[in-house]
Design a protein around this ligand. Sequence first.
Ligand SMILES: Nc1nc(=O)c2c([nH]1)NC[C@@H]1CN(c3ccc(C(=O)N[C@@H](CCC(=O)O)C(=O)O)cc3)CN21
Ligand SMILES: CC(C)C(=O)C(=O)O
Ligand SMILES: [Mg+2]
Length: 323
Amino acid sequence: MFCSKWLLRSSRQRGFSSFIKPSYSAQPSSPTHQRKTILDIQQQHRDKIPITCITAHDYITGKFANESNVDAVLIGDSLSMVQLGYPSTNQLKFDEFTYIAQAVSRAVTSKYLICDLPFGSYESSVSKAVESAMKLFQDCDNLQAIKIEGGVEYLEYFKKLDDIGIAVCGHYGLTPQRHAYLGGYKLQGGSKKLQQSLEIFQTCLKLQNSGKVKMLVLECIPQALGRLITQNLDIPTISIGAGKYCSGQILVQADLLGMTGSTNNIKFVKQYASFYDTAIDALNDYDREVKNQQFPGPEHSFMMSKDSYQELDYEIKKMVKSF
Ligand SMILES: Nc1nc(=O)c2c([nH]1)NC[C@@H]1CN(c3ccc(C(=O)N[C@@H](CCC(=O)O)C(=O)O)cc3)CN21
Ligand SMILES: CC(C)C(=O)C(=O)O
Ligand SMILES: [Mg+2]
């Protein structure tokens, strides 16, 4: 079954835009870059084409994502650590997050765009969650869904948000906003943890059966559990360290690009480029060339004609003398 799915993949992907009519978008960046909507994502899920999702943490990584073939972009609260240098996602203030989310949303004009609700912006009440979600939707032009970490304790929240027309993406398994409570960024429901695995499975089923969660991020759980959840659910599951049998994958863009210089030891991260090393090498080349007087060269400098130079030199000498 998985084999045929993968064999079908490339031909289907090429034909994707031709057989799925893109929905109307008020300001498409170009005719071939119509915005992906929840309808496209749901269709892709029905067609069993893996859904690719990537985080973006500023305007430039938003642009990278927007120009790539990935299907969806998450404005992740991991930007707290990656972009702002905080020790976890829990120090991030809602205003700081909103400011960056706006910048990302300016760049992401053609992808399905999801935004995290950061720590402290929703937990205390349903109305607080609604206010925070509304603020993000008002500030970020292109937002299509919000994501909340947690389980059945937020069912009421998901219901309210969905009822007022805000699509909700769930996030279960490892929930990084609770890393201190959980004792670290640990695998959830591991081999000898049958009860915890069952609890995770049951929670995912309850989230889906509420009818108020459009898709579900599964973080840091065994592949077999990710597979069982995916097989028993109809909504798309998006894996980050939940194995290959989920409906899609997500990674932090800075990890994938090798930008951080430190997160490549997380087991579920695959580094597809080495931006960190490339950047330092480039800065060192620049430093050496300036010190060697190789940079700036004539091609980076504005030249004057010999006549103009001589005239200017003559006038300057006169001016200096008269001071
Ligand atoms: N750059 C970055 N990438 C992420 O994926 C990410 C963030 N930041 N910040 C927020 C959370 C934190 N995340 C993390 C961080 C570390 C592990 C980690 O080291 N996990 C161990 C698990 C092993 C165990 O259970 O003991 C691992 O070996 O991967 C997992 C998720 C995921 N999120
Ligand atoms: C990677 C994921 C799922 C996330 O929540 C984040 O980047 O904040
Ligand atoms: Mg997050």
